[in-house]
Write a protein that binds this ligand. Structure first.
Ligand code: SAM
Length: 278
């Protein structure tokens, strides 16, 4: 009989947030698959647990996933842990869960904190409907596509961001989404936890002057219904076609992609771009 894969949520800062059940599972499984074994060893030594650890991260998941699956199929149990928060949420794991599903290996949740939900609750922005957007790409064309696709999104938006990229991200969010309310949730559950509720314009200006430190989740107000109607202008859609072509796409593919993302007609974008309209 196959063993079980446990998805164990670990603290995002405060070690007291590991659940008693999380600690019990970590103590009882045959082995732990960890994003960074050094980080998980620290958590285990805090708990007084000694356990076999194998590394499972972005760069080895293709070889390591099938090896973990094989051990599960042979009857061993495994806990999957990321460096912080829930595995599979902007962290490795979704592929392993899929493999287990395909092979009939049971997967159980041992939920813990996740930065996105913690920030949403603290933001003071509408929580009824939201869209988790993870990290924006650093690649210019994917980033622009992602941002353009969000312009008319009415749900509250949640982003993860690294501190050194925060000023550029705030500038881009302000440029594309216009001025909106934002809650910048920093160092959640840690000593210097802080929520800065402001607007995109003010946040962008503030972090030009004050270098950001620590970990951030950005919670941004969704578009108003009026904004949705005139979401992306024709000019912006044409600029997107131009950028996609500059990245190496054919004009036809770029026009189709820009049409899909902006709601403008492919034929119109294609013709206008072919004529060099801006
Ligand atoms: N799996 C994690 C989760 O469930 O939240 C997320 C991992 S992702 C690689 C790391 C990002 O999560 C950070 O760049 C930051 O945006 C956010 N994050 C993690 N811990 C945080 C904290 N204590 N305070 C604020 N943001 C945090």
């Amino acid at each position: 009989m196959a063993g079980t894969l446990y998805l164990v949520g670990t603290p995002i800062g405060n070690l007291g947030d590991l659940s008693p059940r999380g600690a019990e599972v970590l103590g009882n499984v045959d082995f732990i698959a960890a994003e960074d074994t050094r980080v998980t060893v620290k958590l285990l030594s805090h708990l007084g647990i000694k356990k076999e650890l194998v590394s499972y991260h972005e760069h080895n998941r293709q070889q390591r996933g099938p090896q973990i699956l094989e051990r599960l199929l042979a009857g061993e149990s495994c806990a999957l842990c990321s460096d912080a928060g829930m595995p599979c949420i902007s962290d490795p794991g979704e592929e392993l869960v899929r493999l287990c599903g395909e092979q009939g290996v049971p997967v159980l949740s041992v939920p813990g904190p996740t930065a996105a939900m913690t920030a949403l609750a603290l933001s003071g922005l509408p929580t009824g409907r939201f869209a988790f957007e993870g990290f924006l790409s650093v690649k210019k064309s994917s980033r622009e596509e992602h941002l353009a696709s969000l312009k008319g999104e009415q749900r509250t938006l949640i982003f993860y961001e690294a501190p050194h990229k925060l000023p550029a991200t705030l500038r881009d969010l302000h440029r594309v989404l216009g001025d909106r309310n934002i809650a910048l949730c920093r160092e959640l559950t840690k000593l210097y936890e802080e929520v800065y509720r402001t607007t995109l314009a003010q946040a962008a200006a503030y972090y030009e002057e004050h270098p950001p430190r620590g970990e951030f989740v950005l919670v941004v107000e969704g578009a108003s219904s009026g904004e949705e109607a005139q979401a992306v202008s024709r000019e912006e859609a044409l600029a997107l076609v131009e950028r996609l072509c500059a990245e190496g796409m054919s004009l036809s593919t770029a026009a189709r992609e820009a049409a899909r993302l902006t709601g403008h007609k492919k034929g119109d974008l294609y013709r206008a771009a072919a004529l060099g309209e801006k």
